[in-house]
Design a protein around this ligand. Structure first.
Ligand SMILES: CC(C)(COP(=O)(O)OP(=O)(O)OC[C@H]1O[C@@H](n2cnc3c(N)ncnc32)[C@H](O)[C@@H]1OP(=O)(O)O)[C@@H](O)C(=O)NCCC(=O)NCCS
Length: 230
């Protein structure tokens, strides 16, 4: 088999693998802010500490969420069938690293609700955020994590990030390659599929609400009919 055929087969295999474990990720906008707040407020003490680097109070969480600039940053979410936001990532576009004005950087922060962890959602959000950043011309993804945060540091190192530990705190830096037509198409496709998935779940929810209402009405008329006969 020639090298180019093998290369194409390997590409097709990895595309199929990605498709078989595909997770719908949606870009969130201003109108999802209340969902972002609810998701973050539902995190308990230790998770808040890991997510923000300090035990954030409800007020601090609200302040953080109200401060998210949806026009500048990228906010990505994963919804379950009931349209609850079960995982959330914030990619904040910021200033270049100190002393390196030519570089461009974005900071990644993530949280997955406890009952949905260990299913690869955190890593999926990381990959999606890296793709968004790369397509925006960002060359470095920065992650600030506590050194005890093994899942977060595992995600970062598995992606090839350089981790600098400073006692209880760690900083991870991931260099991103420049965008390509392929990376742009991949992001556009994911965006489209994520949107379709959300709309599908919404329709399913409306339909299920309608079926419940019909069932309630039917039960009501049946019991009124029985009462009238007695
Ligand atoms: C960090 C967090 C987002 C990970 O989410 P998740 O969906 O459970 O992560 P994944 O399922 O993608 O797992 C990521 C990796 O960590 C590994 N991992 C999970 N728990 C681990 C643990 N306790 N110790 C070591 N590695 C662990 C997984 O095996 C996986 O590695 P692999 O892909 O090589 O198998 C989640 O734990 C969380 O929300 N924590 C609270 C908030 C937080 O810490 N945010 C990060 C700081 S910004």
């Amino acid at each position: 088999m020639s090298d180019s055929t093998e290369g194409r087969l390997a590409g097709a295999r990895s595309a199929l693998e990605r498709l078989s474990t595909w997770v719908p990720i949606r870009s969130l906008s201003r109108r999802h802010r209340h969902r972002v707040i609810d998701h973050l407020l539902a995190l308990e003490g230790q998770d808040r500490y890991l997510r923000f680097g300090y035990p954030a109070s409800d007020e601090q969480i609200r302040k953080y969420a109200l401060g998210i600039d949806f026009g500048r940053d990228e906010v990505l979410g994963i919804f379950n069938r009931r349209l609850h936001l079960i995982a959330l990532a914030h990619l904040a576009y910021g200033l270049p690293p100190q002393g390196e004005p030519a570089r461009t950087m974005a900071e990644f922060g993530v949280s997955v609700q406890p009952q949905s962890r260990g299913r690869g959602l955190g890593r999926r959000l990381f990959d999606a955020a890296a793709l968004h950043a790369r397509n925006r011309g960002i060359d470095t993804l920065f992650i600030h994590a506590l050194s005890e945060n093994r899942p977060m540091l595992r995600i970062a190192t598995a992606a090839g990030a350089l981790v600098e530990r400073d006692g209880g705190e760690s900083a991870a830096w991931l260099r991103l390659p420049p965008d390509t037509v392929g990376s742009q198409v991949e992001q556009a496709l994911n965006r489209h599929l994520g949107e379709l998935d959300f709309q599908f779940k919404r329709q399913a929810q409306v339909l299920s609400g309608f079926v419940d209402s019909v069932a309630e009405l039917k039960a009501h008329f049946e019991s009124s009919g029985r009462a009238a006969k007695e």
